[in-house]
Design a protein around this ligand. Structure first.
Ligand code: ATP
Ligand code: MG
Length: 370
């Protein structure tokens, strides 16, 4: 059932002076997929997108669209951007203020010399898709931020591109509108079945929108996988910490059937039981770090019938609480003097000084050598 990818990027490199902005990036975007480049500012996301769009030429590597070579450093081949059959929306969505909505969206068709009546029909269709019907003759400046965003999307989609490139298209919108547009884009993408290469530094945006994510750091893809895979099983410390908080435990392992039992350093014999599949074949006594996410840990009162003798339970003391609106963040101290940060439900706050049992679900835990 292997279908050929819409976009394939092989060993891309781009240098600006001394900066190696993109350093050997390879990935493929499948038909109908939302593929996201996620990473901190300066990691090379926009440069990668611009190489795909043809706005930059690579120093090494190839770009293929539907199996056809459109950029190649080796041969010097370079199809100009306007012939790449891609739609693009930038962070500053750059719609033209002096033009009406209709003319803005019609522009790419003009560039491609499409006929007038055909163009008009396509523009009206795509305006309907993005929910702007009735605003055709408005000047672009008379629109809200969200509406301007939709004009930019309509303009990127009107020539039915093979691939939609989105570079932080939501970062200029306020939080509420951003969330709304996020689900709008997802709905639109499903309806059109179009492949999307999306760029963001916002991990929750990446998680909600993407089928697959490439986590980038310093011009390199550190991990590529589904949002669940990269979140639950980060391949590196960088990925783990970039995608959210981690609750870490350190100790030495002992093999027990298909699991390891990890005796935690300095925690009065407290143990964790974790599956061995993530890091098989460790000799007894090997020191490891176990990483879980804050949502994998629950706080229970000590009198709730919890036996602290069993694995995956730890006696903790509440050091600090912070009210975050939808939940409470707890800073906890372990008997061994370590600090852990987890979340709890808003309606049952445990004040500082309370002794509790921390119950850790290790089903999705990650293991690294210490
Ligand atoms: N035209 C340019 N000239 C010189 N250096 C550049 C140019 N474009 C990008 N860079 C540098 O290349 C690196 C990658 O930049 P890029 O814009 O791809 O990052 P990014 O991941 O998109 O970051 P952000 O999230 O801030 O948009 C940075 O160090 C940047 O300063
Ligand atoms: Mg950028």
């Amino acid at each position: 059932m292997s279908q050929s990818p819409v976009l394939e990027v092989r060993g891309l490199e781009k240098r600006f002076g001394q900066t190696l902005a993109v350093n050997g990036v390879s990935f493929a975007v499948q038909p109908g997929e939302v593929f996201t480049l996620l990473g901190p500012s300066g990691c090379g996301k926009s440069t990668t997108l611009r190489l795909v769009a043809g706005l930059e030429r690579p120093d090494a590597g190839d770009v293929l669209l539907n199996g056809e070579l459109i950029s190649s450093a080796a041969t010097g081949q370079h199809l100009p951007p306007e012939r790449r059959h891609m739609g693009m929306v930038f962070q500053s969505y750059a719609i033209w203020p002096h033009m009406t909505v209709l003319d803005n969206v019609r522009f790419p068709l003009r560039m491609r010399r499409a006929g007038a009546s055909e163009s008009r029909k396509r523009v009206l269709d795509i305006l309907d898709v993005v929910g702007l019907t009735g605003l055709e003759s408005r000047a672009a400046t008379q629109l809200s931020g969200g509406q301007q965003q939709r004009v930019a999307l309509a303009r990127a989609l009107v020539h039915e591109p093979a691939l939609l490139l989105l570079d932080e298209p939501l970062s200029n919108l306020d939080a509420k509108l951003r969330e709304h547009m996020r689900s709008e884009i997802k709905r639109l993408q499903r309806r059109l079945g179009i492949a999307v290469l999306f760029v963001t530094h916002d991990q929750s945006e990446a998680m909600t929108l993407s089928d697959r994510v490439a986590v980038m750091n310093l011009g390199v893809v550190e991990q590529l996988g589904t949002p669940r895979e990269v979140y639950a099983h980060p391949a590196s410390e960088f990925v783990r910490d970039f995608l959210g908080r981690a609750v870490l435990f350190e100790g030495s392992v002992r093999r027990d059937a298909d699991d390891y039992v990890l005796t935690l350093d300095g925690e009065a014999g407290a143990r964790l039981r974790v599956g061995s599949a993530a890091l098989p074949g460790l000799a007894d006594g090997t020191r490891v770090v176990v990483g879980t996410r804050p949502e994998d840990a629950r706080l229970l009162p000590l009198d709730a019938g919890v036996s602290l003798e069993e694995p995956n339970r730890l006696r903790v003391c509440v050091a600090e609480t912070a009210f975050l609106g939808e939940r409470i963040e707890y800073t906890l101290r372990t008997p061994g003097g370590k600090t852990l940060v987890v979340f709890g439900a808003r309606h049952e706050e445990h004040p500082p000084g309370t002794e509790l049992a921390l119950v850790v679900d290790t089903a999705e835990a990650s293991l690294w050598p210490a």
